[in-house]
Design a protein around this ligand. Sequence first.
Ligand SMILES: [Zn+2]
Length: 175
Amino acid sequence: MKREIVMFGSQILRKPCPPVEEVDDEIRELVGDLFDSMRAAEGIGLAAPQIGLLQRACIVDVSIQQPGYLPVALINPKITAHEGEQIGEEGCLSFPELYGDVKRYAWVEVEATDINGETFKTAGDGFYSRALQHEIDHLDGKLFIDHISSLKRQLMRGALKRLKKEGEAWDRENA
Ligand SMILES: [Zn+2]
């Protein structure tokens, strides 16, 4: 089911997500909702707090940008190895139409649990690596604007202020 994507300004995007204790139907439904919501918004990744759920789960799908990488759901993901650096433009479905250059690891390896409760590892570079790091950040309450230059953030100030009102309104409605 497609869910509303929570905008910047909501407190839920700043909260660290507790680990998923058991991969059950509720978690599988959450993952399905993440895919439905991400696809409707034409994103390349989405994390549970962005649909209002504090669970350590996220998805990445860069299959259009980087053919060969299949869509992936990651429960309790953690970066287990990394190499190099890359700087590239990044956006976020919780910040529509805002982009900024973010420095990330060039390559990462991530260990996670899949929707059947099995542990697996996935690794990659480019967009895939960037998207994995971006989504895992969400699970720790970190946002891409935390990584961009203060000058660029300054330039976004007006847009961020407007967004923040949307996020705060969501908090009031869902308190
Ligand atoms: Zn994001």
